[in-house]
Design a protein around this ligand. Structure first.
Ligand code: NAP
Length: 287
């Protein structure tokens, strides 16, 4: 039998970190609309309350927990909370994360550690803890990690962010094989530029003199063909929950570019160097 939840999602229970905004919130709404019981987590109460209330008003089932994914014991506490509110867990979407845009030489050791802790270590910890619980209970399930198109290639300023997402992609790939015979599906999600709070947060997290230039919620460097809404990602995640896939892509152009970049690194790196020079000229450094 193939791993995963099967096509019928009614009554299945999913935990979504970073569920108060953006991709997490859209996925929470889409999962609830498909009949799933949804728990959201995040550090801010207000966005979580808003999404939970919207879902309940539309007749869906949702609850929430406030907390930081890197707090000690966070994953076990969230899984226990799923037991308290819904009697257990069937799926998890490790989605909480953020970006920074700054050259590696300008990043502090604390910034490096923190982005890996939030985007990678916490996501692995949550998928691992959920996988252990499912296996203990001998039940099928689905673990999803939010990677990115930038988990497949990178750009100047995105070395740290991309490497958290590339590592998460590999962890998902490995877990997918390790858990196949337990009936547990594992997928990585690879959004392209998505209109969410992400780029405003990236501006703040990158610090003065760094960060993306943001216009209408998206960075000016992003080709328009890559810009999408969070609902597009949410629909693709629900489709994947019904019929598990290794990787969730929402842009065939993005997927094709990632493949070409991997096949011909010199062409791609020449493009990146020219982009880096353009940025330097813009910044007026003249280097
Ligand atoms: N937007 C894009 O273009 C894009 C593209 C590819 C991949 N992604 C990935 O998609 C995921 C969701 O991002 P988004 O675009 O939806 O941006 P977003 O709206 O900023 O969502 C990020 C969510 O993560 C939560 N979060 C961040 N740090 C956390 C922490 N330490 N503990 C608990 N929750 C935390 C935030 O809530 P609180 O601040 O309340 O904690 C927020 O709800 C991220 O993993 C991101 O890397 C985004």
């Amino acid at each position: 039998m193939k791993p995963g939840l099967g096509r019928q999602l009614q009554g299945r229970r999913i935990l979504i970190t970073g569920g108060g905004t953006g991709i997490g919130a859209a996925t929470a709404r889409a999962c609830a609309a498909a009949g799933m019981q949804v728990m959201l987590s995040g550090r801010r109460l207000a966005p979580l309350e808003k999404v939970v209330s919207e879902i309940r008003t539309s007749g869906g089932e949702a609850s929430m927990r406030v907390g930081d994914v890197v707090a000690p014991g966070a994953s076990e506490q969230l899984i226990d909370a799923m037991g308290e509110d819904f009697g257990g867990i069937d799926a998890v979407f490790a989605n909480a994360g953020y970006g920074i845009e700054k050259p590696v030489l300008d990043a502090t050791p604390e910034e490096i550690r923190r982005i890996f802790d939030v985007n990678l270590v916490a996501a692995i910890d949550l998928m691992r803890a959920t996988g252990l619980r499912l296996r203990e209970e001998n039940r099928p399930g689905h673990l999803l990690g939010c990677a990115s198109i930038l988990g497949k290639f990178t750009m100047p300023g995105y070395g740290l962010y991309s490497s958290t997402k590339a590592a998460l992609t590999h962890v998902c790939r490995s877990m997918r094989c390790e858990l196949y015979d337990d009936g547990i599906a594992v997928s990585s999600v690879h959004p392209v530029t998505t209109r969410t709070e992400f780029f405003e947060v990236a501006q703040k997290e990158s610090g003065a003199g760094h960060g993306p230039v943001v216009k209408d919620g998206v960075p000016t460097h992003a080709p328009r063909i890559f810009v999408q809404s969070a609902d597009v990602v949410a629909r693709a995640v629900v489709k994947c929950l019904r019929r598990p896939r290794a990787e969730v892509w929402t842009s065939s152009v993005g997927r094709l570019s990632a493949g070409i970049f991997e096949l011909v690194p010199p062409v791609y790196e020449a493009m990146l160097r020219s982009e880096m020079r353009r940025k330097r000229r813009e910044a007026g450094s003249g280097r």
